[in-house]
Write a protein that binds this ligand. Structure first.
Ligand SMILES: N[C@@H](CCC(=O)N[C@@H](CS)C(=O)NCC(=O)O)C(=O)O
Length: 212
């Protein structure tokens, strides 16, 4: 059976769980915290990060590697486009959502919520800088890419939509609302995807917000 090691509160763990749930694949979660990771976790995740996957003899770190593996092993209900250009675009959005978007979204969760778990007080200047200086450029790019679409690539829900939505959920877990005034396309896009059964089930299992 596939095991995902990591707390479901992590946006990267959420990404792998949504892939599994969308495909209807049986799995279990081993709720490991990376702060600090237990020694056993370093054996399956050399950087000590979450998520990691184990499946029989296979151990695999990194949400992108894990989602790619899941897709190859279980191609039904595809999460990656088959058209080469669309596939490339989906990988780009996944990479951007994992590495650039968190500076404007998950960074608020880290600086407001996670720091308290580490027994530190939030630094309001850092938080305000994210909102005033970091968010606008990143959100403006995404707003233009979404336009009037529901899915970022082609007409089908894909890893691109999963990756982006995971990061905005993390921002909302910090108490921040979606930018409905300044970025209505992002707001419509995230609201639609976070109400899918997969996302909704995960969100309602976490302690930060509830969806009907
Ligand atoms: N590129 C990795 C990023 C994973 C990641 O940064 N996870 C965070 C938790 S949200 C973590 O484990 N942080 C611990 C650390 O950086 O030491 C992925 O996609 O899985």
């Amino acid at each position: 059976m596939i095991t995902i090691h990591g707390s479901p509160v992590s946006p990267f763990v959420r990404k792998t769980l949504v892939c599994l749930m969308e495909k209807g694949i049986e799995h279990e979660v081993n709720p490991v915290s990376p702060f600090p990771p237990p020694a056993s976790h370093l054996e399956i995740s050399p950087l000590g990060k979450i998520p990691a996957l184990t499946d029989g003899d296979l151990a695999l770190p990194d949400s992108s590697a894990i989602c790619g593996y899941i897709e190859k092993k279980h191609p039904e209900a595809p999460m990656y486009p088959s058209d080469p250009a669309d596939f490339g675009r989906a990988l780009w959005y996944e990479d951007w959502a994992d590495n650039e978007l968190p500076k404007a979204t998950a960074a608020l969760f880290f600086n407001r919520v996670a720091v308290r778990m580490m027994k530190r007080e939030p630094d309001e200047a850092v938080i305000q800088n994210i909102i005033d200086k970091v968010q606008p450029g990143i959100f403006d790019y995404l707003e233009g890419e979404i336009g009037d679409k529901t899915c970022l690539v082609g007409d089908a829900f894909s890893i691109a939509d999963i990756s982006v939505t995971c990061q905005f959920i993390q921002m909302m877990y910090s108490g921040e609302s979606l930018p409905s005034e300044s970025h209505p396309n992002i707001t419509r896009f995230v609201t639609a995807h976070m109400h899918r059964d997969s996302f909704k089930t995960l969100i309602n299992s976490d302690p930060f917000m509830k969806l009907d």
